[in-house]
Design a binder for this molecule. Structure first.
Ligand SMILES: NC(=O)c1ccc[n+]([C@@H]2O[C@H](COP(=O)([O-])OP(=O)(O)OC[C@H]3O[C@@H](n4cnc5c(N)ncnc54)[C@H](OP(=O)(O)O)[C@@H]3O)[C@@H](O)[C@H]2O)c1
Length: 254
């Protein structure tokens, strides 16, 4: 049994940079303990955990490649051992499926290799990681899938990415349906154009201005615009919000 009135724990994939890092730091500021994952850059992952630990929070960084479904059983075991050794617990409270990769190829140039890579990280990985970790999530906990405004409209060069984010929003509803028996809520948060290194960054000044002009607030989003919002959902204040898509994009394409 996990202790009552315990500190909440969130597991965030891709918590070493950009939006995931912001979610981790903002959650820690709200008193939530953090397990974050990195893929290619262990130093950045550990630096985020150190920043949280140095500021009175508690965080651990683990390696995870969300395209490697064959490693997910081992990762779930690692999380289970970590929960016991660091928190004397069997469960964590919130899962944020944030890790993702971009696409920059027109349909005519999209190879099967590019297609499979994006599917594996942005959709298949989310499905099977959630499946493998679900027994470690507290009943009454929450899952948040990071989608994209591109799930709602189309631009050239991101067909597979955008279609998969739409699929992820559909999957969010199916997760919510099946995990409802354990009162686990599942929502998706869809960022607009956020100024991170995603897909190589947001380009030169004129491109950035064009992207900024696409939303009603007239600016590029910052990682903290999304991170603070997602962290704010990790509480009982959102207790009746379930199976929803919430866009954080400053009113993009309205
Ligand atoms: N930025 C935007 O404009 C925007 C807009 C809409 C939606 N989103 C979504 O927001 C999420 C985060 O994007 P971001 O802008 O923060 O991206 P980012 O700055 O590029 O950071 C990506 C994060 O994901 C991790 N990652 C990449 N490939 C991975 C893999 N195969 N396995 C596990 N982790 C992996 C990276 O870890 P390493 O560095 O260690 O490899 C990093 O922590 C993504 O799902 C993205 O689709 C972003």
């Amino acid at each position: 049994m996990d202790p009552k009135n315990k500190t909440k724990i969130v597991l965030i994939t891709g918590g070493s940079r950009g939006i995931g890092k912001s979610i981790a730091i903002s959650a820690a500021k709200r008193g939530i303990d953090v397990i974050l994952t990195y893929n290619s850059n262990p130093e950045q992952g550990r630096a985020v955990a150190n920043e949280i630990n140095d500021n009175g929070g508690k965080a651990v960084a683990l390696h995870l490649d969300t395209s490697r479904t064959d490693t997910f059983d081992g990762f779930a075991d690692q999380v289970s051992h970590l929960l016991k050794s660091e928190w004397s617990r069997n469960h964590f409270d919130y899962l944020v499926n944030n890790a993702g990769i971009a696409q920059r190829s027109l349909i005519k140039d999209t190879t099967e290799e590019i297609f499979d890579k994006i599917v594996n990280v942005n959709f298949k990985g989310v499905f099977f990681l959630t499946q493998k970790l679900s027994s470690l999530i507290t009943d009454g906990g929450q899952i948040i899938n990071i989608s994209s405004a591109l799930a709602r409209f189309a631009f050239p060069g991101v067909a597979v990415y955008g279609a998969l984010k739409s699929a992820l929003e559909g999957l969010t509803r199916y997760f919510a349906k099946e995990y409802a028996e354990r009162k686990i809520r599942v929502n998706s948060v869809a960022p607009g154009t956020i100024d991170t290194d995603f897909g190589g960054g947001k380009g030169d000044e004129s491109h950035r201005k064009q992207l900024a002009s696409m939303n009603a607030l007239g600016r590029l989003g910052q990682a903290d615009d999304v991170g603070d919002f997602v962290a704010s959902m990790l509480s009982d204040d959102s207790r009746f919000v379930n199976a929803q898509r919430i866009e954080v994009g400053g009113g993009i394409m309205i």
